[in-house]
Structures are given as structure tokens and as C-alpha cells.
Write a protein that binds this ligand. Structure first.
Ligand code: RIB
Ligand code: CA
Length: 326
């Protein structure tokens, strides 16, 4: 039976690939999508999500979420986000995530209630446990868990794209989803549900190459072609800013969370451990993974390695199928 999933996205090129994977997988029943700020302002991430579900013909409700962190920006006591120079490609600035996905304007609208309220209402009323897949800052879920900690009983597991042990991207110590809202991430880490971390250590290994993009193109569905486009865009930026050990390749982080739900063996090294979030100064937003022989009480599972060939096979297997929730 398909597992019930709620995604929480800041769409976003890799979020888009994740949504398309979930939408085409027969193993996933995508009950709703929450949006949050992160890669772009929440207006853009919501609009991008709506454009994408319309293009797919997917009938999942979209709940617009928070536009900033729970706590971090209330004071000036945080280390500023470092500026990155824009990548120039064919004479024009080129970004990892476009302001607007290159799709027709959305006809669908977001639902009336905010994402955090949706979590509380939905989870309190469901009789079946649900898997949550937050792949942006954790603000909506952190807020929902603060409003109604009892909702944890209805969560099967939380599969988070975020963090990094040896690998970081926002600054020398943090990954951007966790950096954006460390307090929310700490609330989720300690909420008591099963938490699985899919960090940069795993997503950088499960990279997608230009050759993989050709494989997607050959499938020829909208999900395959549009994913190929998003991945190529990411490869161009990775090559310029953050080249990977595999040539002409990009991490497509968020989609690895969905692939993990479809086939957990795509993660080849998942360790039960204690994960703590750095909350101030240098170290803010860091995922501190306790790997000592006598660790603090274990509160999650952290992925250290992934199988990139299996990852691409899972995506291809999904993209050749029709969209499920139409
Ligand atoms: O650090 C990678 C994560 O940050 C991904 O979820 C990407 O979409 C951005 O949100
Ligand atoms: Ca994301």
C-alpha cells in the first residue's frame, strides 16, 4: 500500500524534482504540499509549487507557510549569510533556483489555512500515521510542534533534507535548510518522532550527471524532461561554484528523501545517533552528530553514504509512470 506523505518545500530546482518523483511513484500517496521560504521568498516557492502541480496535473492541496524563521532574525545576534557571486553562463547570471520555474502561470491557488495550522488540523484528525518530508527550512513543522506537541503521535517518520557532518554548503559549518531556521530544526530533532536526516554527506554522493539527464530525456514524459532541465541547471552552477568529485554532476538533494521512501537501500550507511543543532555564533545551524562510543541519548538516524546508481534508477522508474494523484 502507498505510504501517506506530506512534503514541505521551498521550490526550488531540486524540490521540483522531488515533487515530480513523489507524484509519479506508486509507492507514495502525496496528501498535501506545504511551502516555506528558503531558496526564494515564500511567494515564489508557493507560486513555483503551484505552477508545477498544474503542469503535472497533480491534485494535491498546497498550503502556504512561513516567510521567515521562528527566532533567528528577531535580533541582530546572528552571523550574516555570506553573499555568493552569481554564476555567469552564456553572458547571463545563472542561478541554482530560478525566481519562477519556467512553466505557465499557475491556475491553482493555495488553500486558505497556513501550513502550520494545516499540520495541526490534519494530524489531529487523521486515523492513519503520515510520513513528513521537509526539504526546506523547518519553520512550519517547528511551529506546528510548538502549538500542538501531541501531533507527534500521528507521525510515522520525518525524513529531513538537511544538515551535514563532513559536508556543508551555506558556510563552513552549516547546510542551508538548517542554517535558515536552527531553532525550528532543533524542535523537530527533539520532537520524539522517528527522524531520518538525509544530509549533504549523502546527497553529494547521490549526484546526477549530464549522462543521467540524457537518460531522463529519453523517457520523454513531462516529469522526466522537466527534471532533466532542472538537473542540467544545477550541474552548470555546481561546476562553477562547487564542483563534485564526479565530473559534470550535481546534487539533487531533496529528491533523495523521496527515493529513500521508495527504496531505503539507496542510503547505504544510516546510523542511529544523537543529532543536536548549533544555535548561536559560529556553529549556528550546524548539525552536530554525536558519534562517540557513549553518545547522548539517540534521537535520530543520520545518512552518511548513498548509492548514486540506485538513485538514478529509482528516478527513472518513477518518471516513466503517469502522475498518480490526478
Ligand atoms: O542545502 C540544500 C537544500 O537547500 C535543498 O533543500 C535546497 O532545495 C535548499 O533548500
Ligand atoms: Ca529545498
Amino acid at each position: 500500500m502507498a505510504i501517506k506523505v506530506i512534503m514541505d518545500v521551498d521550490t526550488g530546482s531540486d524540490d521540483a524534482v522531488a515533487i515530480m518523483t513523489a507524484a509519479t511513484s506508486p509507492d507514495i500517496d502525496l496528501v498535501a504540499i506545504c511551502t516555506v521560504w528558503g531558496n526564494k521568498a515564500v511567494e515564489n516557492t508557493t507560486d513555483n509549487t503551484l505552477r508545477l502541480i498544474d503542469a503535472l496535473g497533480l491534485k494535491a492541496p498546497v498550503y502556504k507557510g512561513c516567510d521567515t524563521a521562528m527566532v533567528k532574525y528577531l535580533t541582530n545576534d546572528f552571523v550574516p549569510t555570506p553573499e555568493r557571486k552569481p554564476v555567469m553562463y552564456q553572458g547571463k547570471p545563472f542561478q541554482m533556483h530560478a525566481e519562477h520555474l519556467d512553466l505557465p502561470e499557475a491556475k491553482s491557488k493555495p488553500e486558505a489555512i497556513p501550513a502550520a495550522c494545516f499540520y495541526v488540523d490534519y494530524l489531529r484528525n487523521t486515523t492513519e500515521k503520515v510520513t513528513l518530508v521537509p526539504v526546506g527550512p523547518l519553520t512550519n513543522l517547528g511551529l506546528a510542534l510548538r502549538i500542538a506537541p501531541d501531533i507527534v503521535d500521528k507521525i510515522d517518520q520525518i525524513v529531513i533534507m538537511g544538515g551535514g557532518s563532513k559536508m556543508t554548503n551555506c558556510n563552513p559549518w552549516s547546510e542551508s535548510n538548517i542554517w535558515h531556521d536552527p531553532e525550528a530544526a532543533q524542535i523537530v530533532a527533539e520532537c520524539g518522532a522517528k527522524v531520518v536526516w538525509i544530509p549533504l554527506d549523502a546527497t553529494h554522493e547521490a549526484c546526477i550527471t549530464m549522462d543521467d539527464c540524457k537518460r531522463f530525456d529519453e523517457i520523454g514524459t513531462f516529469a522526466a524532461n522537466f527534471s532533466a532541465e532542472q538537473c542540467r541547471q544545477r550541474i552548470i552552477v555546481h561546476n562553477a561554484q562547487q564542483p563534485l568529485p564526479v565530473p559534470d554532476a550535481a546534487a539533487v538533494h531533496d529528491a533523495l528523501c523521496i527515493a529513500y521512501l521508495i527504496d531505503p537501500t539507496v542510503i547505504t550507511d544510516l546510523r542511529h545517533c544523537h543529532v543536536e543543532i548549533g544555535l548561536s555564533g559560529y556553529g549556528e545551524g550546524q548539525t552536530i552528530v554525536d558519534q562517540r562510543a557513549y553518545p547522548l541519548k539517540k534521537n535520530g538516524y543520520f545518512a552518511f553514504h548513498a548509492d548514486r546508481f540506485k538513485f538514478v534508477d529509482i528516478l527513472c522508474d518513477c518518471f516513466k509512470r503517469p502522475v498518480q494523484g490526478t
